[in-house]
Design a protein around this ligand. Structure first.
Ligand code: AMP
Length: 216
């Protein structure tokens, strides 16, 4: 199973791009976001959600052993349902043990890692202004992509909310955690000639165009 890893800080736009690529019908990409899977487990009040929430609400990483169990079970599910799909991995790996496990893991093969490069000041503005629809999950921004009516989703009329971990203090911690893990991860993929860096401080369409070209 082919895997493409999207690396980048929270707010760097990797989820937006992965979502867009996976919904383009001509391409057979599966978007796999570990953050979304964990948030879903929290909503469903599963044991995994309870464990993860203690870390996520503070902006810290969920321990590697929890994440490795999770990723192994998700990958074997995708393997059985869509064996020929290419997986766009968004939010995993975040540490060297996770990257190593992914490289050694069964039938998966990480062909490329795409790093979304964005200055920190832009990340803070993007994350703290982000608002999400409670009903359909659509993402807005109070300044860059405001909804037509205050606090209401343009797409489905649902109420918009701010993710707990998008509050300013937690964002600062998430970026600090990211900063401490990122360089070794980039080095891991750079040394094996799998790293591609893109300037992700540009309009969504331009980044999409760049990525499609790199993935060819
Ligand atoms: P994200 O939506 O990717 O920004 O992830 C939100 C939160 O989920 C992170 O701040 C972590 O607490 C947790 N998380 C997601 N993916 C991982 C991972 N691969 N390793 C550890 N924690 C993770």
């Amino acid at each position: 199973m082919r895997v493409i890893v999207f690396l980048g800080a929270p707010g760097s736009g990797k989820g937006t791009q992965a979502k867009q690529l996976s919904t383009a019908s001509a391409l057979s990409y599966v978007h796999l976001s570990t953050g979304d899977i964990l948030r879903d487990a929290i909503r469903r009040e599963e044991p995994l959600g309870r464990t993860a929430n203690a870390y996520m609400s503070k902006g810290n990483l969920v321990p590697d052993e929890v994440m490795l169990d999770l990723i192994n079970s998700v990958l074997s599910r995708v393997e059985s349902t869509s064996p020929s799909a290419t997986i766009l991995m968004d939010g995993f790996p975040r540490t060297i043990p996770q990257a190593t496990a992914l490289d050694l893991g069964g039938k998966t093969r990480v062909g490329m890692a795409v790093f979304f490069s964005v200055p920190e000041s832009v990340l803070i503005a993007r994350l703290t202004g982000r608002r999400i629809c409670k009903v359909c999950g659509a993402s807005f921004h109070i300044e860059f992509l405001p909804p037509k009516h205050n606090c209401v989703c343009d797409k489905c009329g649902g109420a918009l909310f701010q993710r707990e971990d998008d509050s300013r203090d937690v964002v600062i911690n998430r970026l600090r955690v990211f900063g401490s893990q990122n360089e070794p991860l980039l080095e891991h993929y750079r040394l094996s000639n799998r790293l591609v860096t893109i300037d992700a401080d540009r309009p969504v369409e331009q980044i999409h165009f760049d990525i499609v070209n790199k993935l060819r």
